[in-house]
Design a protein around this ligand. Sequence first.
Ligand code: GL4
Length: 807
Amino acid sequence: MNKIEFKKKFSRRLAEKFAMDVADASPDELYQTLGSLMTSEYSQSWQQTWKDYREAEQKQAYYFSIEFLPGKMLKSNLLNMGWLEMVSEGLAELGIHLNDLAEVEPDMALGNGGLGRLASCFMDSIASTGLPGNGNGIRYEYGLFKQRFVDNYQVELPDEWLQKGNLWEVRKESKAVDVRIGGDVYLSPDEYGNLTPIYQDGMLLRAVPYDTGMVGYKNDIVNTMRLWSVEIPPEEEDRYRSIEDRRAVEDLTSVLYPDDSSEAGRKLRLSQEYFFVSAGVQSILRYYKQLKKPMDKINQYIAIHINDTHPAMCVAEFMRLLIDDEKLGWERAWNLTQEVMSYTNHTIMAEALEKWSIGMMKSVCPRIYQIIEEIDRRFVEEMTGVHDFDLIQRTRIIQCDQVHMAHLAIIGSHSTNGVAKLHSDLLKSVVLQDFYRIYPARFNNKTNGIAMRRWTQLANPTMSKVLDDTIGDSWREQPKNLRLLLNYEEDNQVLEALASAKLENKKRLASYIKEHCNIEVNPHAIFDVQIKRLHAYKRQLLNLLHIIKLYLDLKEDPEQAIEPRVFIFGAKAAPSYHYAKSVIKVINEAASLINQDTTIKDKLKIVFLENYNVSLAERIIPAADVSEQISLASKEASGTSNMKLMLNGAVTIATLDGANVEIRDAVGDENIAIFGLTESEVYQYYENKNYSATNIYKENANVHKVVKALIDGTIPNIFAEGQEIFDSLIKYNDEFFVLRDFEDYCLAQESINEAYKDKRRWQKISLNNIAHAGRFSSDSTVQRYAEDIWQIEPVFAHEDDRGVIQH
Ligand code: GL4
């Protein structure tokens, strides 16, 4: 479509939908109009993509994830459709700013952080590389809570993202399936003597899919993200007469659990897991049966990916359908299941390795429990005589009244991967070492990646323009071509152009900060950014302690020649995570104190931006100079904001944790500030049990001064919170070695300060970071999953006999 046609169609659609002229329409009406034009345009490709996969009988992958975090879709769909420029200009000619329309779209925030955002980057990349892959998840009525600060405390408000409808989704009632939750089950012999399950009581719920098109980048491919919503089947209406009964059902897909690490421990969460697993697996099997292929060959057509342990019941549900419904024998069903399933582990934090009590599992999905029991029994039988007794006891699925979901996922699949080299190594050597002994060939690494287009072209058009002018635009398709930038390392003009793009982005963020926080910040100051969920292991506290140090030093000597810095935080704390909320309060109070203290001459500012989400990330990241990646080594599985920030020219200050290690390898020691304990030093401490935070506190004057400031009234209004954090360090011996890493962190920060003083040196470092970021494209990551794990191929890889590539 060209611009003239677009303008005509747009005005016509607006008149049809709202009986209005452009001049009378609100941004929301204009947004709805544009969205509907877009969906009607790509729905043809959507249908075609599906037909192509079917006709080619292509193997398809299904990415099961309890979280997806797409953020806003308007501009990314426009970009991928190849419409962004045309629409933006066309609208401008009608007197409309595209950005005003993008503003009214709510963020689709059906995820907590890195895990959900990764799933959405993968969805984009899978479609963009033409791979037949689909998402499967839950359509939560309420996304992740909205964060507000009241008296510097975090307050949570509901995220009613569906209030005005969601124009990207299509309700597919005809594709609904029924899911049974609760009740009892017993096995009874059928006419041939086979045992079949008889169900009693329980709830039969309808799972209705809402499909969202995942538009590939300029390739006419549109894949599907299918999210399930619960409904009461009309024939069951009578059973749910009271408001309470109906609410109990609706709750199932009502809220996203606002905690991505600790297992919620609630029956509702387990029911959510079973609900989307059962609905997804049932609909896959229904599709497969339409292909009229033998059930024996399903592994050649279907791959199911278990994203972290939440969908681990896929293993048992798939078995249930094969043996109960399709009447396959156990052995055959089991071999197929293992070949179809694969699993990614996303964390080594013990509290996130999901376990459910047997009682709870029996009460939510009794048949699934029976099958897990049988898988466990056979596992023990198979391993007996091959491995020693203790190893078998440690690796079996059911232990001491608990069902270990990671064990189910590993035993029931052919592939287990970690999400960065270091993380995958740790899985083999520590966290899952027993399983590595049993199944060495199943273990592999797939380092995370990011959707490059969103994090450059959409989030940072200013820098993207400089890149185009310097190295041409091939990097837009081939992120590895960012390397061409290295030819301009010594080119002052290019260095200056990149620096002024950065400055422009910083000015834009500065005005957002002024508008939303009423804080004046100097765009020439270092913008030092830590954006991620608030968690003790991520050590926002270490960042804060360093800020307090700088502040106390400046109070002693206000003339100190430090580069002005703006410390920018974005972080939500899980509502029940007391410590994390206390850290937020203390950072906010420190900000109030420091931002108003005129004696330090604006050399330090702290800005804690409310309600960090994907859209806010898109504002902050292009404006960042420094990227804080300071988790305790071994604890951050990968991290992905580290990749986004380097791509946008920020310099990383980091521990050797997660993908930071690979970033260091990519840019070289001279272009990154590494500090702190290594993973093996951390494990040494665990082994020797010889860490003493108190000793450091007593012996190190710097540490003493800063830590004491938490409890001596230096920072007002933090009586209880300051004490709680102080106790976490001193009384409970500093679980995440904050004090141990403090001095080294301060030295690394000083090196950042020095480097920034030398503008040219800083610009070169920044250029190097951009140039080396191409390897973290999620396009490459999903291609590695496709080749090594799912064994799927792009649909347009097929050529007809004349050598013409066919879609
Ligand atoms: C996480 C990890 O904490 C994070 O390091 C990683 O980048 C992300 C995606 O692999 O997965 N695991 C959980 S749980 N939440 C995450 O963000």
